[in-house]
Design a protein around this ligand. Structure first.
Ligand code: CP
Ligand code: NVA
Length: 331
């Protein structure tokens, strides 16, 4: 049966079959080709979407805006302070109002239950643009990037995620690797491990797909023969600033350095969802350098800037993949 995602929300990758994910990857590649060749693709003319952001963003917001405009849609952006949602109006009431105006809703916020409630009550497709728990739109961009670099197939690749294993990226990459049959290795400190229930779910998925999920706190063993090395920031949006001191202490051994990359396969790539603290050219980076004497955090600048780094291809792929997700669910 052909894949049909029309009318479906995109809240967690766990809700999608391997076949549906493969379909979104194929569609993303098609949209990338259309964009690259300058071929118009205003397939959703006359529709309108709203972007609700409780947290800040560069890539996700721009990908939804440009994606929607390329597809011929109208877009409204509501920033963290400019709607009634949360303070004066419940999620449920907001959903019931926005569902009358718009054909689709993007939500970036804190609680996974909020994006789920929006989907349940609005009656239109809702896309999760990041919650504390998951970042599912990032997954299609990331797996597209992996596919582009390993064109003979991504099943069986060793994919290592370094850092805070229980954040939205750690959780989501573990799910994505499991669904697509990669060998996911989480490498981080013992007290930043993902929730046991999610790990069990992923291991069950792996029984079907041939992938695997393992954990270690030994960075050298993790990096050995890896095909993809991935990391994310050490303190995520919504977490208190005071955590920096503790996180630097516990996550410094898991920084992706040149020595770590040298242990990986010779064709290994480096990935990061961005934004990244790889230098001191940000206010937080500058502040951390002053307070703790640390000038690069989750990744060494020389790795971020190296030939193995695919971070900007990955960022570009957010646009193509988010366009694919919107098109598949709104067509
Ligand atoms: N990777 C990502 O989601 O980036 P933004 O926070 O800029 O949207
Ligand atoms: N873990 C990060 C991901 C940013 C795209 C955060 O939630 O801030």
């Amino acid at each position: 049966m052909p894949v049909n995602l029309s009318g479906k929300s995109y809240l967690r990758l766990l809700d999608f079959s391997t076949e549906q994910i493969e379909y979104l990857l194929k569609l993303s590649k098609n949209f990338k080709d259309l964009k690259r060749t300058g071929t118009p693709h205003r397939y959703l003319e006359g529709k309108n979407i709203v972007l609700l952001f409780q947290k800040t963003s560069t890539r996700t917001r721009c990908a939804f805006e440009v994606g929607a405009m390329d597809l011929g849609m109208g877009v409204t952006y509501l920033d963290p302070g400019s709607s009634q949602m949360g303070k004066k109006e419940s999620i449920e009431d907001t959903a019931r109002v926005l569902g009358r105006f718009y054909d689709g809703i993007e939500f970036r916020g804190f609680k996974q239950s909020d994006v789920e409630e929006l989907a349940e009550k609005s009656g239109v497709p809702v896309w999760n643009g990041l919650t504390d728990e998951f970042h599912p739109t990032q997954m299609i961009a990331d797996m597209l990037t992996v596919k582009e670099n390993f064109p003979t197939g991504i099943k069986g690749l060793k994919f290592v995620f370094f850092g805070d294993l229980r954040n939205n990226m750690g959780n989501s990459l573990m799910v994505a690797c499991s669904k697509l049959g990669l060998h996911f290795v989480g490498c981080g400190p013992k007290d930043l491990q993902p929730e046991a229930g999610l790990v069990d779910t992923c291991k069950k998925i792996c029984e079907e797909t041939g992938g695997s999920v393992t954990f270690t706190d030994d960075p050298k063993a993790a990096a050995k023969d890896a095909n993809v090395i991935y990391t994310d920031i050490w303190v995520s949006m919504g977490e208190p600033e005071e955590l920096w001191a503790q996180r630097i202490k516990e996550l410094e051994p898991f920084r992706v350095t040149k020595d770590i990359m040298a242990l990986a396969d010779k064709d290994a790539i480096f990935m990061h969802c961005l934004p990244s603290f790889h230098d001191t050219n940000t206010t937080i980076g500058e502040d951390i350098a002053k307070k703790f004497g640390v000038t690069e955090m989750e990744v060494a600048d020389e790795v971020f800037e190296s030939k193995q780094s695919r971070v900007f291809d990955e960022a570009e792929n957010r646009m193509h993949s988010i366009k694919a997700i919107m098109y598949a669910t709104l067509r």
